[in-house]
Design a protein around this ligand. Structure first.
Ligand code: NAD
Ligand code: WQD
Length: 331
C-alpha cells in the first residue's frame, strides 16, 4: 500500500481528502498542530472509512518532528494542506502568515528532499490571480495576489518550483482551489470555523443557526447580473477527488499546475437562495457596501484538469448547500 502524508489533515479540506485517499486504497498519515482543527476529526475519519489514519500532532515549523515522522513511516508522497488561511487576519498579522506558511513549507521540503520523497502536491488558491486578467481564469493568467495570505501561496508555489528544478525527478503539483464549500455526506466532517468567520457559507450558516441576525451582502452594485459578487463555489468532496487524481498522474518529474473549480460563476444572492431551498430556512439579508479588496467576478477554466487528470467537479450547488447545512446543524 502506498502511504500519503497529509499535512493539515485534520483541517477542512485535508480531512475530506484523507477520507477519499483511504477509500481509494492509500495509507494515510496526518501531521497537524491543531491550531485550526480538532483531534476528534481523526475519530470521524475512522467512523467514515473504517480505517484510523496515523496521526502526529506536530508543527511543521519543528523540523525535528517532521524528520521523526519520516523515520518512522514509509511515505510515498506528500499532500501539503497545512497553513493559515484567513485573508483579513493576514493583513493585520502579516508576519504570522509569512512565518507559519513559508517556514512550515521550507521545513517540510527540506525534510522531503532529505528523505528522498519524490511527489508533492500543494494547496494553492485562486487568490494568487488577484484581480484576474480575464474570466474564466486559465492557469497561465498572471499572478498578482493582493494580500499577505495570497503572497504566501504565490511564494510557496515559487519555492516548490525552484526545488523541483534542482531535483528534476521530483513531481510537484500545484492545485489552485476556487471557493470550497460543502461537507461529507455523513455529516461527520466539515468546516467548523474558529470564532466569527469571514467566508460566505460559514456566515450564512451562522444566520441559519440563529447566531447572527442577517447575512451582510457586500455590494449590490457590481457589474454582474444581480449586482452581487460572483465566485466559483466547489464541493469539498469534488476537491478531495481532484487530489487523488493529481496523485495518480505524478509518475514523472515536473511541475504541473491545475485550477480546481467548477467553471461556473454563482452570485451571493444565488447561493443564499440555494441555501434557503436546501435547508428550508429563510436567510435574512442586509445590504452593505462592498468589502475592501473584493473583486466582482472570479471563476475557473477547469478544462486543463479535465484533460490531463481526468477530473471534473460533479456535485451541484444544491448538494453543496445541503451538505454544508447537514454538517453545521449538528455541531
Ligand atoms: P484549515 O484551517 O481547515 O486546515 C489547515 C490545517 O493546517 C489546520 O488543521 C491547522 O491546524 C493546520 N496547520 C496550520 N499551520 C500549521 C503548522 N505550522 N503545522 C502543522 N499544522 C498546521 O484550512 P482548509 O480550508 O482545510 O485549507 C487547507 C489548505 O488549502 C490551506 O493551505 C489553505 O490555504 C488552502 N486553501 C483553502 C481554501 C479555502 O477557502 N478553504 C481555498 C484555497 C486554498
Ligand atoms: C465570497 C463572496 C463576498 C461574506 C476567499 C479568499 C480566497 C479563498 C476563498 C483561500 C464575495 C461575498 C462574503 C459575507 C458577502 N481562500 N460575501 N457577505 O473572498 O471569494 O475568497 O475565500 O485561499 O483566497 O479570498 O470568499 O467566501 O469570503 O466571499 O456578501 O458576509 O461572498 O463579497 O463576493 P472570497 P468569501
Amino acid at each position: 500500500m502506498k502511504n500519503v502524508l497529509v499535512t493539515g489533515g485534520t483541517g477542512y479540506i485535508g480531512s475530506h481528502t484523507a477520507v477519499e485517499l483511504i477509500k481509494s486504497g492509500y495509507g494515510v498519515v496526518i501531521i497537524d498542530n491543531l491550531c485550526n482543527s480538532d483531534p476528534s476529526v481523526i475519530d470521524s475519519i475512522e467512523k467514515i472509512t473504517g480505517v484510523r489514519p496515523v496521526f502526529y500532532e506536530a508543527d511543521l515549523r519543528n523540523r525535528a518532528a517532521i524528520d521523526n515522522l519520516f523515520r518512522h513511516e514509509k511515505i510515498d508522497s506528500v499532500l501539503h494542506f497545512a497553513g493559515l488561511k484567513a485573508v483579513g487576519e493576514s493583513v493585520e498579522l502579516p508576519l504570522k502568515y509569512y512565518e507559519n506558511n513559508i517556514s512550515g513549507t521550507i521545513n517540510l521540503l527540506e525534510s522531503v528532499a532529505e528523505h528522498g520523497i519524490k511527489k508533492i502536491v500543494f494547496s494553492s488558491s485562486a487568490t494568487v490571480y488577484g484581480d484576474p486578467d480575464r474570466v474564466p481564469i486559465t492557469e497561465d493568467c498572471s499572478l498578482h495576489p493582493t494580500n499577505p495570505y495570497g503572497m504566501t501561496k504565490m511564494m510557496c508555489e515559487q519555492i516548490m518550483t525552484d526545488m523541483q528544478h534542482a531535483i528534476p525527478d521530483t513531481a510537484v503539483t500545484l492545485l489552485r482551489y476556487f471557493n470550497p464549500i460543502g461537507a461529507h455526506e455523513s455529516g461527520l466532517i466539515g468546516e467548523k470555523p474558529n470564532g466569527i468567520p469571514n467566508n460566505l457559507m460559514p456566515r450564512i450558516i451562522r444566520v441559519a443557526r440563529g447566531e447572527a441576525e442577517a447575512i451582510t451582502v457586500f455590494g449590490r452594485d457590481y457589474p454582474t447580473p444581480d449586482g452581487t459578487g460572483v465566485r466559483d463555489y466547489i464541493h469539498v468532496c469534488d476537491l478531495a477527488e481532484g487530489h487523488v487524481k493529481a496523485l495518480e498522474n505524478m509518475e514523472t518529474g515536473g511541475v504541473r499546475i491545475y485550477n480546481l473549480g467548477t467553471g461556473k460563476g454563482c452570485s451571493v444572492l444565488e447561493i443564499i437562495t440555494e441555501f434557503e431551498n436546501a435547508s428550508g430556512i429563510k436567510i435574512k439579508t442586509l445590504d452593505c457596501p462592498r468589502r475592501s479588496g473584493d473583486i466582482a467576478v472570479c471563476y475557473a477554466d477547469p478544462s486543463k484538469a479535465c484533460r490531463e487528470l481526468g477530473w471534473k467537479a460533479n456535485r451541484t450547488l444544491a448538494d453543496m448547500c445541503a451538505s454544508s447545512w447537514n454538517y453545521a446543524k449538528n455541531y
